[in-house]
Write a protein that binds this ligand. Sequence first.
Ligand code: SF4
Ligand code: SF4
Length: 468
Amino acid sequence: MPKKYHIEIKATPLNFDYIFKFKIVRGENCINCGKCTKVCIYEAHKRRADDPRKMADPNTVVCRNCFRCIQECPRGALEKSLNKDFTNAGGSFWKPDLLLSLWKQAEDGKVPVSGAGYRGPFTGTGFDGMWTDMSEIVRPTRDGIHGREYISTSVDLGRKLNHLVFDAHNKLVSNIPDTVSLPIPLIFDLQEENLSAKMQGVLLKAAEEIHTCAVIPAGKITPELEKHGNSIIPLVKMPEIDKYEALLKKARLVAVEYSNDVLKDVAGLKKKIKAINNALVIIRVPADKDVENTVLKLTRSGAEIIHIVADYHGEEIAPAGDKNKRLLKNIIRSVHGKLVEEGIRDEVTLIASGGIGMAEHVAKAMLCGADLTAIDIPLLIALGVRIYEEPKEMLLFPDNLEKFAPGALTQRIVNMIGAWHSQILEMMGAMGIREARRLRGESGRAIFFEDIDRDTFGKLFKKEAVKK
Ligand code: SF4
Ligand code: SF4
């Protein structure tokens, strides 16, 4: 059995001034009797250090919503209410509950539990309208999760051969392409202008610890960051390759922004990068209306890895106001399907990104046809950043972020990915899939709400399919 991939988690609570769903408020009618200090086992209620005759403000951070203090206060002075700051955060995609869940995962590295008593919807747009076939949940594959069998989350980047060719003397004549293996099907790709060099270092260190890579624009790679060489994927435009030659020499993967010049000469681009250092080339393509054709043309021209980049909502890159933007789920399915039709699927690795906000999105994107995913916004959320979608997208960094030790911030990202890894293992075990490589395009394990809706009710009610 190969050595098991393991992510070391460690509880790392940091004071980021979180916003919580509910807040406990102590009213004016409190008589400072102190009963709440005794009934709350989480010590949310304490007396003031400067004047022990009075009660301090309740510490909502540690509250676990048992309501005992509220029930037992002799004066009915305690109230638990929905926090407006919480409901105003996030938006239609990055919902406040998702932010809270990611903060928690970054803090303790544990799998969030939402199954028992779940009262939310079982469908929605995007990945929410996609279910996975968990019928193996009671079968022996579950042993993988509990340690008796190994479930591998490794994936390979690069072209793959679909058969080997031998000559008349049984000598292998196929040229085996180079690949890069990663133990988890995700890379980091956070293209955020306001990220300091310290935070880039935190991201890279976290990528290094979990043995994956982070895409960083070559112009932002300082000598200090260069020490994470193996984990950096420098991002360049085609004309910049010579300028960054020294940097590319240390990389095993190089990302290049898509342009017409790239499309015209994929072979020349690869040759040039391989002459510097035998690195594999990732071509970063916007997920626009023509993405299928772009991917087909690039693959036929020899592209080995293509990264399809949707917007931060997981929607197609399209002019503002376009009401027919496709969702990442459907874009991946379409691109994957076209490559399969053409018989060239194994010639290229597909990375998908944009709106990957939960562990289940990673597995679902792969079931739709991606080989792996790239994540962005969750990395910031792990660092205590709040996202607001309305009236326009805004990221709110914690005031004190730069003051925290880089090691603690790194650990929070590692914790979040550790929690995601556990969840991916759970999903794979329940689906009866022991290798992440087999998730790609395994549509037999996926159930799409819009397909069921159309097939079941479409004929009866002529109901239109939900948003594609
Ligand atoms: S139990 Fe009620 S009255 Fe007593 S200290 Fe707590 S909040 Fe105040
Ligand atoms: S609701 Fe429960 S956990 Fe929260 S402060 Fe009151 S007693 Fe403590």
